[in-house]
Design a protein around this ligand. Structure first.
Ligand code: FAD
Length: 472
């Protein structure tokens, strides 16, 4: 049964039912504002709390206590008056706060007085030779299968990369009885020294003890090779082996499954397509929206909360959601804000939740060779464009990602640059001896998610729309 929004306009529309969106929607509904929460997944939870209402993994120790925090957030949301629609993919958002959402293959249009984008993070591309082979996937995809279906690897499995999620997934796979043959840790040795000045904030944050015990749990059961400087996957039409270099020595091991992960980055597509200003963040090596302390963006009426505002993790996402919602309530119905937690309290909670982040960003800074590929390594998976193709285009005059679209169709496939955008920016910056900020990013437009032409054609048209097309 297709559920469409009950109204055409809302005080607050929240996109994304991860920790930030769940908290934001519950907060604005609690203040008595008409609130709509839209999310493309079958149920609430976003990335971190994926399948929280339906997971078959019921032994709480297996996914870990942090996961089950999501159940409380969902409970608070369901207790509120917020209207929630799942399987709802938002494919357009403009400066007038008009939203187009596809639910069950039919598009609906709603208008908001205030928007909160809580569209979260995506895994950073990891373009190594052979990363497009069947049998190679991201750690996040494997975790999605684990959380939603309790599926774990049972063949020869290698996990390669770095970052908190890699260790969390490895621990979760082992707790569910899955198989991991080797972990290849690509954390650069120099990063440990670079991160030292930020260590105090980290060791006094909740991440330290949790991270340490998780790494110990995994290292007790799996061979971990650190200081990986080269990595590639090989096989004839299917993954057969993984080759790596550590300490100057190359080794090749057979593998049926290779899980890659080198951190997460803000999911910028909807925000950028709405015209929100983004800047290159050289600490997190990604594009981050330019926001004020309450998450308000360069487009009036649109705020961004959660990892879409810059990577901060699940705890920070919840507080950022509450701050953005409180700011919306203060703007729309100031008197109703009295019912909510004071902004000063929320800000100190956010500072606590973000404690240790700089240490993590510095320690888990992915190495250039794993971000900026060479030769025949595929950069754009949708259009099968290689690093050499990109450099050849630069050699004949392509100056940035948008010109490269014309030369090579990079970023024009189903993923709309989600899997190649960062790589293209950094590759062109390196080739042209410019900064990523100077090179820029793809110009993103609606639809930001694929919809069928039939659905577009079925969109209700006003007289003005028809006239515009006919006249045009
Ligand atoms: C694959 C993956 C797995 C992760 N697993 C963990 C974990 O186990 N533990 C942990 O601490 N952190 C994990 N993280 C980090 C995670 O980013 C944060 O911890 C946290 O989930 C961020 O919360 P958020 O509310 O900002 O966004 P998310 O939780 O990412 O939620 C954003 C939601 O918005 C939806 N959405 C995006 N665009 C649209 C659209 N156009 N229309 C409709 N819906 C849309 C997404 O599908 C998603 O449901 C993971 C990140 C990724 C990418």
């Amino acid at each position: 049964m297709t559920v469409a929004p009950k109204r055409e306009d809302y005080d607050v529309v929240v996109i994304g039912a991860g920790p930030a969106g769940l908290a934001a929607a519950a907060t604005s509904a609690e203040a008595g504002l008409s609130t709509l929460l839209l999310d493309e997944n079958v149920g609430p939870g976003g990335q971190v709390f994926r399948a929280i209402s339906s997971t078959p993994v019921t032994d709480r120790n297996q996914l870990g206590a942090d996961y089950w925090v999501g159940a409380d957030l969902v409970r608070s949301l369901r207790a509120s008056s917020a209207e929630v629609i799942h399987r709802a993919t938002v494919w357009s958002l403009d400066r007038n706060l008009d939203i187009a959402v596809s639910v069950g293959g039919a598009s609906a249009f709603v208008k908001a007085k205030r928007m909160i984008l809580a569209t979260g993070a995506l895994e950073r591309p990891f373009p190594i030779p052979g990363w497009t082979l069947p049998g190679v996937m991201t750690a996040g995809a494997a975790q999605t299968m684990l959380k939603s279906s309790a599926l774990v690897p049972d063949g020869r499995t290698v996990i390669a990369g770095q970052g908190p999620l890699l260790w969390l997934l490895a621990a979760q796979i082992l707790r569910l009885g899955g198989r991991i043959d080797r972990i290849l840790d690509t954390t650069e040795r120099g990063n440990y020294f670079a991160a030292l000045p930020h260590a105090l904030a980290f060791v006094t944050s909740p991440y330290f003890a949790k991270g340490l015990s998780m790494m110990r749990e995994v290292k007790a059961k799996v061979q971990v090779v650190s200081g990986i400087t080269e990595l590639s996957a090989s096989g004839d039409g299917q993954l057969a082996s993984v080759s790596y270099v550590a300490g100057g020595k190359r080794e090749t091991i057979p593998a049926d499954l290779l899980l890659l992960h080198q951190g997460v980055v803000p999911n910028v597509n909807l925000a950028m397509s709405a015209g929100i200003e983004h800047r290159w963040d050289d600490l997190q090596l990604c594009w981050s929206p330019v926001l004020d302390a309450s998450g308000n963006s360069s487009v009036a009426g649109i705020a961004i909360a959660g990892d879409g505002a810059g990577i901060g993790g699940a705890n920070a996402a919840v507080v950022r959601g509450r701050i953005a919602a409180r700011a919306a309530v203060e703007a729309l119905v100031p008197a109703a804000a009295a019912k909510l937690a004071p902004m000063a309290t929320l800000r100190s909670e956010l500072a606590k939740a973000e404690r240790g982040r700089v240490f993590l960003d510095t320690l888990f800074r992915p190495s250039p060779q794993f971000r900026i590929p060479t030769g025949d390594t595929i950069v754009c998976r949708c259009e099968e464009v290689t690093a050499k193709d990109v450099l050849d285009s630069v050699a004949i005059g392509a100056t940035g990602p948008n010109q490269l679209k014309a030369y090579r169709r990079t970023g024009m496939g189903p993923c709309q640059g989600r899997l190649c955008g960062l790589t293209v920016t950094e590759l062109m910056a390196q080739a042209r001896n410019k900064t990523p900020q100077e090179i820029g990013y793809y110009r993103l437009r609606a639809p930001v998610k694929p919809i069928t032409l039939a659905e577009l054609a079925a969109v209700p048209k006003s007289g003005a729309d028809v006239k515009a097309v006919v006249r045009g």
